[in-house]
Unconditional design. Structure first.
Length: 166
């Protein structure tokens, strides 16, 4: 994996392994650009964050390394289950906020959908469209909702199309 990542961008492996450098320097045109590892002082390099190697140094197989890193970065099954329940509750209670635009709703809704998807909870497109139409938008949108429901086939309407219509 290291060779592949370094083949794409040589210093990218350093970012994957150690984290990104938070310090900047001025280039020849006077523009702030991230420092490379060679530009950093010893103290700056020491403050890059946790060393992934220290997490996996006791592992003897690739599977152990994978499992250890997965728990370290994603949490245990119980943590994932709790996170999933919390996100699903947020999904069920999702509503438009005062002063929020349709684009802001779409962004929040998509972010929540993606988080649920990453935990294995996938809601069909039709269910998401119906949720926006029937439970997310306030009563002031009723005439627009009715017009969309009468003119479009909700079973085949994508969320992206719905947002465009709203």
């Amino acid at each position: 994996m290291r060779d592949h990542i370094q083949g794409e961008e040589y210093e990218l492996w350093d970012i994957v392994f150690d984290g990104s450098l938070a310090t900047l320097k001025k280039n020849t045109e006077g523009v702030d650009v991230p420092k490379t590892r060679a530009d950093c002082t010893t103290d700056e390099l020491k403050n890059l964050g946790p060393d992934e190697y220290s997490i996996i140094q006791g592992c003897s197989t690739a599977k152990q390394i994978w499992d250890t890193l997965q728990v370290a970065h994603e949490g245990t099954t119980q943590v994932k289950r709790s996170r999933g329940s919390l996100l699903y509750s947020q999904f069920e209670n999702f509503a438009m906020k005062d002063g929020e635009t349709i684009q802001e709703i779409y962004t929040r809704f998509t972010t929540l959908k993606n988080k649920l998807k990453s935990l294995g909870r996938i809601n069909p497109e039709e269910e998401r469209v119906k949720k926006i139409l029937n439970r997310v938008l306030p009563i002031t949108w009723e005439s627009k909702i009715t017009a969309i429901q009468e003119s479009k086939n909700i079973a085949t309407l994508s969320l992206y199309e719905l947002i465009g219509n709203l």
